[in-house]
Design a protein around this ligand. Structure first.
Ligand SMILES: Nc1ncnc2c1ncn2[C@@H]1O[C@H](COP(=O)(O)OP(=O)(O)OP(=O)(O)O)[C@@H](O)[C@H]1O
Ligand SMILES: [Mg+2]
Length: 200
């Protein structure tokens, strides 16, 4: 049976570090897996990603474009894959909109809920791995990266609000999440993910 799994957490939490390996581990268990990401996941979505990560804009515009890219992603990629019995692993999904546009930018949570209802009332991830890490540690991990995007350039207080946004989301629907202490070493996290894989 197909499953929809999402990776969430702030910039520098370690999502991308573990994603390819995680997908391979699922494949080794016999699943047909596709890996995708947000914003992005389709040709139009990737164009919107480019704009979203680089072009300053109104907070509302930012949220609408995120969900516009997501609608394409769901209809063109996620739902067809799930219908075909595949497993879908996405680097970010709607929790990121609540965390960044809701928590970070302060956009009204109810507006985001409205967009979520519009765009995917009938779809939620089966499991969301939330890489939770103190802001300071995540920032340190990004300092080697020369070209930071519009979000990564934000200050620590923005990321404290992003983290709080994620926590609010987890508290609203705790059974969907596995919270990973992402301050641990890469090997410790890998061992935790191995345990998670054998339980899903
Ligand atoms: N547990 C860890 N301990 C130390 N360094 C780590 C750990 N996890 C990831 N890193 C390093 O931190 C940096 C950011 O990791 P990664 O790109 O996986 O984060 P991300 O969650 O995908 O961030 P973004 O949202 O910006 O894409 C990388 O250089 C990676 O090697
Ligand atoms: Mg990443």
């Amino acid at each position: 049976m197909s499953k929809f799994i999402t990776f969430e957490g702030m910039d520098g939490a370690g999502k991308s570090t573990h994603l390819a390996w995680f997908a391979d581990a699922l494949r080794q268990r016999g699943h047909d897996v596709i890996v995708t990401r947000e914003p992005g996941g389709t040709p139009l979505g990737e164009q919107l990603r480019e704009i979203l990560l680089n072009q300053p804009m109104n907070i509302g515009t930012e949220a609408l474009l995120m969900f516009a890219a997501r609608l394409e992603h769901i209809e063109q990629v996620i739902k067809p894959a799930l219908r075909a019995g595949k497993w879908v692993v996405s680097d970010r999904f709607s929790d990121a909109s609540f965390a960044y546009q809701g928590g970070g930018r302060g956009l009204d949570w109810d507006k985001l809920s409205l967009l979520e209802q519009w765009v995917h009332a009938d779809l939620q991830p089966d499991v969301t791995l939330f890489f939770d890490v103190p802001v300071e540690i995540a920032r340190q991990r990004l300092t080697n990266n020369a070209s930071l995007d519009r979000f990564e350039q934000e200050q620590a207080d923005f990321f404290e609000r992003v983290r709080a946004g994620y926590h609010r989301r987890v508290s609203q629907n705790p059974q969907r999440y596995v919270v990973i202490d992402a301050a641990q070493t890469i090997n410790e996290i890998k061992r935790k993910l191995e345990v998670i894989i054998s339980s899903i």
